[in-house]
Design a binder for this molecule. Structure first.
Ligand SMILES: Nc1nc2c(c(=O)[nH]1)N[C@H]1C(S)=C(S)[C@@H](COP(=O)(O)O)O[C@H]1N2
Ligand SMILES: [Mo]
Length: 324
């Protein structure tokens, strides 16, 4: 039986001290002990970030959708992650995600569509039409980043499978392979694997919904959801499911991982909303990474993460306190 415990991040923000302290320590080291830092981080780089094996990608810049805010440095984007399949610690994915093999990779497409099947990743998402989107990512834990993703619009990708008129929702699933994903071997896992997510069809077809195959001009590091992950920038980060192996078009609203774990805390919609606090912490502000003990970098959280112009219409007439 699955033993449900509180996720590491489901704690009041007043209790979250280890991470800012870790940050401050890093800032200190960067300033004064650069040499020692390089030495101490080299094993992590070798095993975790796989920086040398990331493939450069060709892409066009879609500036219409990109923010010109300061990008979060590559090091933070690839070493401070949530990918519970590899552990609940922020540095676990960078340490252990290399244990997942992403080549070959295939994606099963099923349900309400004319072209279901198992598709080879290399056929499905060929280079040649990638674009860059510099998006804000706002985690429900109240930290955020600015990440230059490379990928394709989700809408054009999904249309290739010719969803039927019965397709009201689209469901996504992450790889489930305990041999490659060490936290899936744990008997004390928070999550009933595989990780599952979903969008209403009109949300999936919105011009902002994106399927990422890379970041910072290169293929996705494993810890960021290689080889393909969802990016839904107006929703809390947990909707942006990583390492996708299954896509299903369906009539009924799918059950999603965090909603199943704690429905009163994490809803299906999960739109970024400073007016609706999490039951245990405020959502009015966020720490924009990099952030440290002496420069926490708190900023105001914006409704729909600042993307209201593109997405507010999707929720016309809905009470966002009920549909959080
Ligand atoms: N399969 C899977 N996808 C996932 C998660 C996860 O634990 N497993 N974490 C989510 C959460 S909570 C966030 S904030 C983002 C983090 O993405 P990043 O590590 O690339 O910044 O991934 C999301 N996608
Ligand atoms: Mo998150």
């Amino acid at each position: 039986m699955l033993i449900k415990k509180r996720p590491a991040w489901a704690i009041p923000s007043s209790e979250i001290t280890p991470e800012p302290i870790y940050r401050a320590r890093r800032e200190f080291m960067t300033g004064t002990l650069a040499g020692a830092l390089t030495l101490s981080l080299s094993p992590l780089l070798a095993s975790g970030a796989r920086a040398s094996t990331l493939e450069p990608l060709d892409f066009t810049a879609a500036s219409r959708f990109s923010t010109d805010e300061k990008k979060t440095p590559f090091e933070d984007v690839t070493r401070y992650n949530n990918f519970y399949e590899f552990g609940t610690g922020k540095d676990d994915p960078a340490k252990y995600a290399h244990e997942m093999s992403v080549d070959p990779w295939s994606v099963v497409v099923e349900g309400e569509c004319a072209r279901p099947g198992r598709y080879d990743f290399d056929q499905l998402l060929k280079p040649g039409n990638y674009e860059e989107r510099v998006y804000r990512l706002r985690c429900v834990e109240a930290w955020s980043m600015v990440i230059p993703w490379i990928g394709v619009p989700l809408a054009t990708f999904l249309q290739r499978f010719e969803p039927t008129s019965k397709a009201k929702y689209v469901y996504f699933e992450t790889l489930h392979d305990p041999e490659q994903m060490r936290a899936q071997r744990s008997l004390f896992s928070t999550i009933d694997w595989p990780y599952q997510e979903g969008l209403r069809m009109d949300e999936a077809m919105n011009e902002l919904s994106f399927l990422a195959v890379g970041l910072y001009g290169k293929s996705l590091p494993n810890q960021n959801g290689a080889p393909v992950r969802l990016v839904v920038p107006w929703k809390y980060g947990f909707k942006s499911i990583k390492s996708i192996v299954k896509i299903r078009f369906q009539e009924a609203r799918p059950k999603t991982t965090w909603e199943m774990i704690a429905p009163q805390e994490y809803g299906f919609y999960a739109n970024v909303n400073p007016e609706v606090d999490h039951p245990r912490w405020s959502q009015k502000r966020e720490r924009r990474l990099p952030s440290g003990l002496f420069s926490p970098n708190w900023i105001e959280t914006r409704k729909f993460n600042g993307y209201g112009e593109q997405v507010a219409g999707l929720y016309k007439g809905m009470d966002l306190r009920t549909y959080y």
